[in-house]
Design a protein around this ligand. Sequence first.
Ligand SMILES: C[S@@+](CC[C@H](N)C(=O)[O-])C[C@H]1O[C@@H](n2cnc3c(N)ncnc32)[C@H](O)[C@@H]1O
Length: 178
Amino acid sequence: MFKLKAEDMGRSILGCGDGPASFNCEMNIQEKSVVSVDSIYDLDRETIRKRINETYVEVLGQTKANKDEFVWKNITSVEELGKIRMNSMNMFLDDFEEGKKQGRYVAAGLPELPLADKSFEMALVSHLLFLNSEQLSFDFNIQVIDELLRVAGEVRIFPLIDLNSRESIHLDEVIGHL
Ligand SMILES: C[S@@+](CC[C@H](N)C(=O)[O-])C[C@H]1O[C@@H](n2cnc3c(N)ncnc32)[C@H](O)[C@@H]1O
């Protein structure tokens, strides 16, 4: 998603809106530096687990209904995707409490981050901005990106399409603004 090269993995990385993903945990196992920020990190592990279990069936059902919108090359079925996602989320849940103590999971609500200027080399945002273009305004996108550029030297965002697989209505204006 982010075209990360081996040298990028050695940089200090901020993951924004990381949610219950395993990126932080997997990078930590490799002794790489990632801090994840998300508003759900305010919740305790069992509450997050409950929310994952509650939404899992619905999310998988939506994926099935929109199967043609996905590329089924590396992952060949909805069921396989479901298993991979659940494994990632379980990896996150196992790591969450310890990672929070270590400061690797930070509870914060965008567009404001409790982080110092240029405290990271790179910020990554997946499946939050642009994807939710109907829900998140142009102004919100700009506030978030400006904030990320304050705390990180480089910002990468994925994807640039919205939930209907169309280029985000904000993209050109955001690029123009930047
Ligand atoms: C669809 S999930 C993406 C999770 C992960 N980045 C991935 O790609 O698997 C979007 C995440 O953004 C978080 N989020 C939404 N609005 C936020 C905000 N204003 N501040 C911080 N996190 C937010 C949600 O809690 C959720 O975990």
